[in-house]
Design a binder for this molecule. Structure first.
Ligand code: UD1
Ligand code: CA
Length: 457
């Protein structure tokens, strides 16, 4: 099968410099959703028709299996499809999708293509239709006495009787490809919009003896398009509700499915709990019994069984072992690798660092470019000084080290096993194992000291 995605339209009502089909839904361009669905049908050719903002669209979705056809002027849906013709396999049917209709399910498209394929001796022409309470604005399906499709009439060209028809053309069609060149070449633009309508091909197909069939989606939202920010927001909610429902069905507990946002993919073990207002991006894996507190942002992460992530924690490109405790207000940046039972508390930032079994950094610290062993206690206000202004260096803290509060570790530096670092120490030389390290400092107390007072004016 060939698949052509029409994506040349401008999207004036988005009031945006960004081409319409690149506006994100669930973190991905609208067009990417359509391309993903198309791919799941394993097409032999996949063509995107671009026009407005074409180069930006091409750059955003280019891939080895995607070809592009340029429609210089937007002269209508029929004209748009004609631009893709040279790239299609004439021996396969062609499924036409819209780049701004992001949520059509593959199962619905299969139903449509199967209905067309099995319609008769000649290859069928299939139209995805839906019956709407308010069909205003859409092309209407005009049927004859026995219910057979006669033609599609656009809202602007319809007479009063035709406007009463509530079965509409979603725009998604499947057509035999060999005769398409002739059918499209024969289209006129003598209509209310002065456009070459793809919808007029239906009559040519009927005249040539191809059976015309219709199929319906399971849900109306599958056929909804995005023309405005309002419609984009509505479809975002549909997407998120569907994602939340899928998790609930799989046994995940969501404190509120209406306050859950997925911008990528998530896989969860048993008895996972997710509190309100969390955002999941990229690829996230939560093992059994993970609990995510409210307002967390988690991107590209693997979190081990029984781990608790408290409120306002940010995690990006990190792995966390089992039975760990993070946050509230913890930040794991790319390359943070936490073993089992690690605690990373409030206002602690970990970047490109390994932290070993059971180690704890509970308050106000920066652990960057470091290898921290097992059973290490990192006191409040500890900082790995990893950057010398030009290069980054590593800090190594071996097992069972006690790092006193307000310690600076000036990398590159190695602290041996079992070392105790006194509070307020600047460590800039390697420390051998099982020693106490401190900086010599004197505490001076001046008695009878009087604090300055503000000058009176
Ligand atoms: C079209 C259908 C209408 C259907 C409606 C469903 C026609 C003539 N009408 O109307 O029956 O009910 O969709 O939403 O087909 N596009 C191009 N190049 C063009 C024109 C459009 O690539 O020259 C693309 C658009 O980017 C969009 C899609 O085709 O993805 C549909 O275009 P749009 O202008 O929204 O079609 P409608 O007039 O709404
Ligand atoms: Ca439209």
């Amino acid at each position: 099968m060939n698949i052509v995605i029409l994506a040349a339209g401008m999207g004036k009502r988005m009031h945006s410099a960004l081409p319409k089909v690149l506006h994100p839904l669930a973190g991905q361009p609208l067009l990417s959703h359509v391309i993903d669905t198309a791919r799941s049908l394993a097409p032999t050719r996949l063509v995107v028709v671009i026009g407005h903002g074409g180069e930006a669209v091409r750059a955003a979705v280019s891939a080895p299996d995607v070809q592009f056809a340029v429609q210089e002027q937007q002269l209508g849906t029929g004209h748009a499809l004609a631009q893709a013709l040279p790239l299609l396999d004439a021996n396969q049917p062609t499924l036409v999708l819209y780049g701004d209709v992001p949520l059509t399910r593959a199962s619905t498209l299969k139903r449509l293509t199967e209905a067309a394929a099995g319609a008769g001796k000649k290859a069928g022409y299939g139209i995805l239709t839906v019956t709407l309470d308010d069909p205003t604005g859409y092309g209407r399906i005009v049927r004859g006495a026995t219910g057979e499709v006669l033609r599609i009439v656009e809202q602007k060209d319809a007479n009063d009787d035709e406007r009463l028809i509530d079965e509409i053309n979603t725009g998604i069609v499947v057509t035999p490809t060999a005769p398409l060149a002739d059918w499209l070449a024969a289209l006129g633009n003598d209509n209310a919009q002065g456009e070459y309508y793809l919808t007029d091909v239906v009559e040519a197909a009927i005249a040539a003896g191809h059976p015309v069939v219709t199929a319906q989606p399971d849900a109306e939202w599958e056929t909804l398009g995005v023309n405005s920010k309002q419609q984009l927001a509505e479809l975002e909610r549909v997407y998120q509700r569907n994602a939340a429902d899928a998790l609930l069905a799989a046994g995940v507990t969501l404190a509120d499915p209406a306050r859950f946002d997925l911008r990528g993919s998530i896989s969860c073990g048993r008895d996972v709990f997710i509190d309100v207002n969390c955002v999941f991006e990229g690829t996230v894996t939560l093992a059994d019994n993970v609990r995510i507190g409210p307002n967390c942002v988690i991107r590209d992460a693997v979190i081990g069984a029984g781990t608790r992530v408290d409120a306002y924690t940010h995690i990006e490109s990190a792995t966390v072992g089992a039975q760990a405790v993070l946050g509230p207000y913890a930040r794991l940046r790319p390359g943070a690798q936490l073993a089992d039972e690690v605690h990373v508390g409030n206002f602690v930032e970990v970047k490109n660092a390994n932290i070993g079994l059971g180690s704890k950094a509970n308050h106000l610290s920066y652990v960057g470019d470091a290898d921290v062993g097992a059973g290490v206690n990192i006191g409040a206000g500890t900082i790995t000084c990893n950057y010398d202004g030009a290069n980054k260096h590593r800090t190594v803290i071996e097992d069972q080290v006690f790092v006193g509060s307000d310690t600076q570790l000036v990398a590159p530096v190695r602290v041996g096993r079992g070392v105790t670092i006194a509070a307020g120490t600047t460590v800039w030389k390697d420390v051998p194992e099982y020693t106490l390290v401190l900086n010599e400092k004197t505490q001076i107390a001046k008695t009878g000291y009087v604090r300055p007072v503000k000058n009176k004016r």
